[in-house]
Design a protein around this ligand. Sequence first.
Ligand code: SF4
Length: 347
Amino acid sequence: MAIVADKVTVNPDVKVGEVILDVKNLKKYFPVRRGFFASLKGGPNPVLKAVDGVSFKVRKGEIYGVVGESGCGKTTMARTLLKLTEPTDGEMWFEGTDIAKLGPAETKVLRRHMQMVFQDPYESMNPRLNVSYIVSEPLRIQNVAKDVDESLPRVLQCLEDVEMTPVEEYIGRFPHELSGGQRQRIAVARALALDPSFIVADEPVSMLDVSIRGEVLNLMQNLTREKGVTFVYITHDLATARHICDRIAVMYLGRIVEEGTADDIVNDSLHPYTQALINAVFVPDPNKKQLGQVLKGEVPNPINPPKGCRLHPRCPKFMDGICNVTEPELVEIRPGHRAACHLLKNK
Ligand code: SF4
């Protein structure tokens, strides 16, 4: 049954495997302030193109990974999907509504269905509030419960869902009385409080000890399998993405350069950038041919991205006269496997 409030029509009956989020040509630009002398010269104000025309679909019940180096635009994209920052252009169809067009009141309604888990669990929690207050906060903001007491049954359920048991032991604790892994579980419990169908997790384990990262990632997997929650998992770490994601999109300088199943991306990648990432992350198998080479140089400035393919100044397979002239489009090379590279045109 559809839930209608203001202009928001959200259809929670989307079945597992059907498209829950359809992003079309999404852009997020930030104006850049010029210095005094630069502004005297006139001309248009420069813009930082953090996300520059990305299109992808997320299916219900999957974990969709977005992988890239820092500065590639993945966190800006995550925040834009949740409307924590307004898109500059493009469409974001979530369960039948283009949420890119929603105003503040409708966006508040949307929060019941879409939630976010932030990178730093300590930063995202008020240190003076205990677990009960923290987890119940969304219920009170959305007027689902009028106070902490009324929200208690739901809070206890959420703590059980994130395996913080026995719940009585944790309910009165403050953030500083929890380990990093426990704090991130509380952050997931808070995201679950309104029973959302869609959660964006922005680098949820990068601040955690390596030994406990697996616990939080497994928790996300369990929530997907048992409750059908859809996750977009934003990370710089291809190894963890391979571990939990069904499909992965690789981002470079504000664009998606490759997208496919986790297996396709890691074991059969097509794009030189993805191949370089894989070479940098995974221990080479002596029986396997190395796919690509290490990239040279630094990520270029997104205020002034390179003409043609954005990777061309760093790409070991650069072709003069093509790569530095025309930007390659993201096209389907094999069923379910898309890539943006001139080398792949006739594959
Ligand atoms: Fe490299 Fe050219 Fe492909 Fe870009 S289009 S990734 S520069 S080969």
